[in-house]
Design a protein around this ligand. Sequence first.
Ligand SMILES: Nc1ncnc2c1ncn2[C@@H]1O[C@H](COP(=O)(O)OP(=O)(O)OP(=O)(O)O)[C@@H](O)[C@H]1O
Ligand SMILES: [Mg+2]
Length: 342
Amino acid sequence: MEKFDDLPLTFADGSGIEDQNEDMARSRKKVVSDRKAKYFVKAASAPTAGSGSMLAGAEEDLKAGSTPKPRSRRLSQTLASREGFGDLVEVTHPSRPASDIILSRDSAYTLLGVANEFRRGDEIRRHGLNVRSKMLFCGPPGCGKSMCAEVVASELHMPLVVARLDAIIASHLGQTASNLRKLFEAAKSRSMVLFLDEFDAIARARSDATEHSEIRRVVNSLLMMIDRFEGRSLLIAATNLEEHVDRAIWRRFDEVVVFEKPSKAQIRRLLKIKTRNFRADFDISRFAERFEGMSYAQVERTCLSAIRTSILARESSISEQAFVAALEHESRRSRIENTILD
Ligand SMILES: Nc1ncnc2c1ncn2[C@@H]1O[C@H](COP(=O)(O)OP(=O)(O)OP(=O)(O)O)[C@@H](O)[C@H]1O
Ligand SMILES: [Mg+2]
């Protein structure tokens, strides 16, 4: 707990940290408001009221000059294409504040630690130690893996380079390995968050009986690439089929961050965040229980659907009736999805 507090932690109103003691939340909030004017990455589309930076503390680092400096030529899709890996990736510059994401205490602690180390990597390297830079995100769909990759890139002011698996996995497996190599080489020479989504598709267990020996070779080269991955980039791989990921690959990551379905308290917080710009004219938090078992994405979809209905009905707030209708629709959809997937 003490260690946790040592981190320059400034999630908005303590968001993302479960069971938070109120005093801690208040003092963090103060740090946020003192610093936010300068260091917040404002979301272009997402509202940022009360937001906080996952990486606050940047202030001291900027002064000390130890924050990795943005490269003069910012990586763009065009530049990536010119350098020969553009068709394998999608380059974006997300601007997503940390205050929008709700994380468990454990995940928040891990992510803050890695981000903090990354920013002050030089100090750690000077002592002959490695900086943690490889993370595996796992957990069910709609629980924040992709969103978190965006938040990390946004907060660290780095481009998010999303590997396009359809382009990487070639019918010639030799080509797949060479495509992966291109990506890892690119991440060595430029600062980026390299995001390998649906990682299980490449990192299938070598013992998988349905796969032949060639794919094992791809997995073996991937093992080496991950081992040698270092420098000024972060590697994030994500999967919702973690049991398919080869154990040896799993071990290569510095951190494994688990994204789970939201608890009742987290659902309440999400409902509040999602209706902060278009409010409900009733106490929305009492519906939290009815969302249990759903993902964050499903809770969000319900709120957005109720908001849309209210706008079309020329209302200036969400009515309970519109919300209940959206919730029932989402529950039905969820039941159908569960039946199909089971
Ligand atoms: N932990 C969270 N906190 C706040 N909002 C969330 C969270 N998780 C998901 N959301 C909302 O749901 C949307 C979809 O989530 P996201 O794409 O990150 O899911 P995912 O875990 O990557 O799923 P998949 O496994 O299907 O790729 C996000 O853009 C965000 O709006
Ligand atoms: Mg995703």
